[in-house]
Design a binder for this molecule. Structure first.
Ligand SMILES: *[C@@H]1O[C@H](CO)[C@@H](O)[C@H](O)[C@H]1NC(C)=O
Ligand SMILES: *[C@@H]1O[C@H](CO)[C@@H](O)[C@H](O)[C@H]1NC(C)=O
Length: 463
């Protein structure tokens, strides 16, 4: 197996070199802004080896650059519709990459992966070297790092562009999560990421913890580094008036539960929202176990005071959804979820944002594979003014959720059940109000502020 892998990789490399040697002489280099563009005109190729419509952070980078007069070629797959502001912005040109085919079931991953990489290398080189004009900067998202980091750093050397790596996470830790830590590709991809990661001219990270880690071995990145925290999109806004909350709840609560809306409005029932990808790396059973514990424990010593009734709306699509729906039905039938109603929903984005703004508490089960990234869904919950109970067992957690200020952390189902029992009981009302204020405050700082003062300054777009 390993021999096959090495051979395939060697083959990729060979193909790569042949393309380069054949066409080396034709390559134009970046030598300042093109004639006719404004003084100091900035041009950036924003590159993501993923679906542009589902790459919010790269979309915000592109929009921010364009807003300050920079010219952007935004490159990636066109699977879902890109952000409407991207489509309508005269300073952004979308240059689509062809989406590689999915792996046929008959071909093993270890054979398919190198071929897919070769395919991507070919199209990336074709686009970045021969189709696009040379840009002052190439901004690339990591991960995926294979083959984008290699291609982008090579193109920068060939075309005299400068490379910005935007570290969202590490490719190898995600791969270790899906393929197992001992898979041969995990070691290769770690080595690759650590070495090529050092070739950036500027690095952006999603957390301070990630920046600290990148400075140390095995990454040992030496170039300038800026932490640009994710911020909520404009669509996530708090709802403050009771009338607006009432009309919004009627609209977004799934139809079969519509009768519960009056109880949500008078506070005799609480609304909890969680979104999950229903994958093994987000342990939904943690929330389910906590809800069973919550439902079957009385909150105070007085036996008459049962737990506050709860409606839990779980959004998102994913592979394990059916499995858990059956489990929920079984638990409900067995009487183990008294006073707790769990429903799943798949809402349009705007309705999801509105649901967050109406809820009493958000729950986040994100377990960071690298330990140094942050869940975007908590960022969005704060944008909607919603406090959270979030899984806290990783280093960067405190950069977003501050215990007792805008949310509460937990690591086990028992801890989550205790947090829910307290915050949703009458005794926890005051604390929940305080957390809501904290969430509101955290959510008010938006992307422009974060980006302008950091990336905008370095690119010379903001003075
Ligand atoms: C595009 O760039 C120009 C400057 O070149 C700027 O005046 C304009 O506002 C930008 N357009 C958008 C939609 O951001
Ligand atoms: C790249 O973007 C620039 C400015 O937005 C545009 O003029 C140019 O046509 C784009 N290149 C390609 C190949 O689309």
């Amino acid at each position: 197996m390993t021999a096959v892998l090495i051979l395939s990789l060697a083959f990729c490399l060979l193909g790569f070199l042949v393309i380069l040697i054949l066409l080396f002489l034709n390559i134009t280099k970046y030598d300042g802004p093109p004639a006719g563009s404004p003084e100091g005109g900035v041009s950036v190729h924003v590159l993501v080896l993923g679906d542009l419509g589902r790459s919010p952070r790269m979309t915000y980078h592109a929009l921010s650059i364009a807003k300050h007069g920079g010219k952007v070629n935004f490159t990636g797959y066109l699977e879902t519709a890109p952000h409407p502001d991207v489509l309508s912005n005269a300073n952004i040109t979308i240059t689509p990459l062809p989406t590689p085919r999915g792996r046929p079931k008959s071909i093993p991953f270890i054979l398919f992966a190198p071929w897919k990489v070769l395919y991507q290398v070919y199209y990336l080189i074709h686009l970045l070297v021969f189709k696009l004009q040379p840009a002052q900067w190439i901004l690339v998202q990591n991960p995926p790092s294979i083959p984008t980091l290699a291609v982008a750093s090579l193109v920068c050397r060939l075309r005299n562009s400068r490379l910005i790596i935007d570290w969202h996470n590490y490719g190898w830790t995600i791969l270790a999560g899906t393929r197992g830590a001992n898979h041969p590709l995990v070691a290769i991809s770690k080595l690759y990421e650590c070495h090529l990661g050092r070739l950036g001219d500027l690095h952006l990270t999603v957390t301070h913890a990630m920046a600290r880690q990148l400075r140390r071995p095995p990454y040992s990145v030496a170039q300038p580094m800026l932490t640009v925290h994710d911020r909520p999109a404009a669509i996530f806004q708090p709802i403050t008036s009771p009338e607006a909350r009432a009309t919004t709840l009627q609209r977004v609560i799934p139809a079969p539960e519509a009768a519960l809306v009056p109880r949500l409005l008078d506070g005799t029932m609480r609304l909890l929202v969680s979104s999950t990808s229903w994958t093994p790396d987000e342990d939904f059973s943690l929330l389910l176990d906590a809800l069973v514990l919550y439902a079957t424990t009385t909150t105070t010593s007085s036996a008459t005071s049962a737990t506050t009734p709860l409606l839990a709306v779980i959004t998102g699509q994913g592979p394990q959804k059916e499995l858990y729906l059956r489990k929920i039905a079984e638990l409900t039938a067995a009487g183990r979820l008294p006073n707790v109603r769990i429903v799943t929903a798949f809402l349009p984005f705007a309705d999801y944002a509105a649901l967050l703004a109406c809820a009493d508490l958000g729950v986040c089960l994100h377990m960071s594979s690298s330990g140094v990234d942050l869940p975007m869904k908590v960022v969005d919950m704060f944008g909607a003014g919603l406090p959270v109970a979030a899984y806290s067992g990783y280093e960067s957690f405190g950069e977003l959720v501050r215990e007792g200020e805008n949310g509460r952390g937990f690591e086990t189902a028992e801890e989550l059940a205790r947090v829910l029992g307290h915050l949703l009981s009458d005794g926890g009302r005051a604390e929940l109000v305080r957390l809501r204020k904290g969430a509101f405050k955290e959510g008010r700082r938006r992307w422009d502020e974060e980006w302008n003062s950091k990336v905008g300054m370095v690119l010379g777009l903001v003075s």
